[in-house]
Structures are given as C-alpha cells and as structure tokens.
Design a protein around this ligand. Sequence first.
Ligand code: AMP
Ligand code: GLY
Length: 426
Amino acid sequence: MRVLVIGGGGREHALVWKLAQSPSVKAIACAPGNGGISGRANCINVAADEIEDLAKFADKAEMDLTIVGPEAPLTKGIVDLFKQKGLPIVGPTMAAAQIEGSKSFAKDLMKKYGIPTGDYRTFEDHSEALDYVKKKGTPLVVKADGLASGKGVFPCQTLEEALRALDQIMVQGLFGEAGNRVVVEEFLTGEEASFLVFTDGKSVLPMPACQDHKALYDGDQGPNTGGMGAYSPAPVVTPQLEKRIMETIMIPTVEGLALEGCPYEGVLYAGLMIENGEPKVLEFNARFGDPEAQPLLMRMTSDLTEVLAAITRHELDSVTLEWDHRASVCVVMASGGYPGQYQKGKLVQGLEKVVVMKDIMVFHAGTEINIEGQYETNGGRVLGVTSIASGIASAIDLAYEAVSKISWDGCYYRQDIGKKALKRQG
Ligand code: AMP
Ligand code: GLY
C-alpha cells in the first residue's frame, strides 16, 4: 500500500513511524512533514490545508490510503473532496467535522442527545452576550465558536475578564469569522482526560485513556498551549469510568451524528472533565490529539494500517485493537517564548545520544534539516520525547533521562509531565 499522511507535527511523525511498521505499507508520503519525518517518508511541499493540491497529488501518486492529522483540512472538506474522486481517506466529512469546527454545533448535538456537558448559551449579538454574562456572573468560560488554533477559549474568574473576552472576540474580531458566534459555558472543575476512539460510523473502538498537559508551566499554570506533554494510560479513567464514557458519550455521539445525517468516520476525540467519577465533555476534536497520539501510538500493538483500511471499508467490527500494557510518557520540548513569539533556526544538539536509547522515540514537530544536514528548530513545539516502560514512574524517568541529553538555545519543557498519575497511584 501507498499511504499519505497529512500534517507536519509530532502527531504526524508518530503516525508515519507506526504506519511504517505495517508489512502492507510499501511507501509513505507526508504533506508537508518536517525534518524528522523526512527520514521515514517522502515529504511533499504542500500545506496541510491546500486540499485541492493534496487531492491532485494523491491521485497522481496513486495513494491507497490517506490519513488526516490536523483539523483545518477536515473542516475545509478534504474528506468530501477525496471521496468524490474515489480516493480512500480516513477522517470525517466537512459536515461531521463541525463537531470540532463549531463549538455551538457540538453543544447543540450534546444537548439533543443527552450527552453530559456543562450548561451553555450561544450568542451572535454582543449586547445580548454582555447582558447574559452580567446576569449569570463568574466563573464562566467564553469561547469563539469556530477554529482558533486553541486560542479561542477564555476561562474567566471575574466579570472584567469575561467582558474583555467578549470584546476581543465579538468587537475586535481577534479570531475573524470564527468569532461571529460565541458560546458562554459553565465553568467545570475536576481533572481533565483525553478519550479517543476509532469509528467507521457503526463500530466504536476505544483507545486507552490519556492525559494532556495544556498549560505552559508546571502545576498547570500559565497560558494554554497545544499541549506540553501527555501520558497513557491515565488512571483517572478507571475501567468502570471507561465503560461509562463509551456508553454515555462516545457511542451516543457517533449515533447522534448519524441520525443528524452526517455519519462520522475516523478518530473521534473527547476532551473530558472528570469530577467525582462523573465525566462531562469540554470539547470534541475530529482527529488524533497532539501530543496524545504520541504515547497512544507508542502503546498500540495492532497494525494501524489495517485499522485505518477497515474504517474506509466500514468493516471496523472485524478489528480487535491491541495495546502494550506498559505506560508511555511524552514530554514536549518547545522553543522559549512559545506559545507567544519565539525564534527559529536553533541547532538541536544531543539527538544522537537518544537514538541509541531503548524504548524511546523522539517524534519531531517543529524541526527542519539545514544545508549541513543538521536538525534546526522550526516551530513552537519542537520535539515530543516519548518513552515506554513498565509503569508510569519508570516511563517518566526514562523520558526525562532522554530529554536531559537534548538541548538548544532557549529550549523549554515542563518538569512535571505525568505527576498527576503518580499522585493517583499514591
Ligand atoms: P477546549 O479547546 O474547548 O478544550 O478548551 C481548552 C481548555 O480550556 C480545556 O482543556 C480546559 O482546560 C479549558 N476549558 C474549556 N472549557 C472549559 C469549561 N467549560 N470549564 C473549565 N475549563 C474549560
Ligand atoms: N492536545 C490537544 C489537541 O490535540 O487538541
């Protein structure tokens, strides 16, 4: 098989690495890929959201399967386009991808099908939103409805913060059209977890639970990022809770989307808040999480290509997913200044000391290879250093041992990835 991976982050490096292990895979292309991916796949110089050019490439290069990493091409309709052209692709259609692309669509769907989530109201008029927020009082969460690269969510502890968020989204237009509508939500408390499933629209197969670390600094302080690290399994999701998440959230969501006339295929990701054993949905994503994909794929022992191909044939019921029972931890190493402004072009040192380590993979996100053949930083999140070991404590130690060997000017990472799991284990 010839496989195309769309995207160029750590998630896509992990996908390429995992797909390359399938005996049926003869060639892998990645658009646009990155410095690390170029060692394992043919990187194509087409951006992930140039969907027409991607379809032309997939057609000409006779790709047997395409998997989409990021959300932007999904909400632009890449799956619809590929399917029109008879090109096999894994991911939701534009209509189904609204579950990530429009927060009000996701909330209305959850309300209609009784899926547990916080109370909310949707507004298109600034003064109506203002009146509601003033009446309701804080804490609450103000969200731009559309895609905003993870920056459109404002948890507000004071009225002043809420008013500022509404002003930035609805008056100043900080997120363009994504802010034409806002969702004002109940502020949920508890512990977060990421829960992902594969689905072909009928069968829904869970992946092990994992946990992201969204905040920039240790102790979940500071601004939100794309994710500074992740681990799996996440002990906050007990086997009973997993059953409950499947029965009350994942299966009803897939069934609800089908009833709405937009059946969902691909990876469906629920960001959950768990309090006193009760899971509530914070958001849905229409794809693998990043960094979550890195520890998850590290633990997956099934043939990923077979799973994805079964989704395109609507035969996921014939698949049993298998996972390594060990724990995996991914520590994201980022450019100093991320998620704000940061410099690029810093020489990455020490990778050769980690390549020889057992049970460690360094997935590249923002890297490129310079003319001397060395890796340089080329983005905010640069590397996902991902370990696998018998337990969460040893996986943490192994990941940080590898991290300590890698450096560049201004490199930053959190020191406490996985700590919450350790605390739970006592
Ligand atoms: P989202 O992109 O909707 O997942 O939001 C990003 C982050 O904002 C989440 O991972 C949470 O940490 C936080 N968040 C979002 N919605 C809520 C909510 N209703 N209550 C509390 N925190 C939230
Ligand atoms: N790690 C969060 C996300 O992929 O959206």
